[in-house]
Design a protein around this ligand. Sequence first.
Ligand SMILES: [Zn+2]
Length: 57
Amino acid sequence: MDEGYYIDNGLEYYCSDECLHKHYTEEEYEEMYDDSNGYSYWTEWNVQIQSYRKYTR
Ligand SMILES: [Zn+2]
């Protein structure tokens, strides 16, 4: 697992579309994503690996 959805700048994390949509609808996500102006987005870890570990349970 090296990619996933960051919600609210890392407050929540979901590993796949399926996972995300257990918590948010497509519309809700689009609203949070806000054409990439929001704090929720799909990402690959690389430089964010430490934040990823921090927020994973
Ligand atoms: Zn998951």
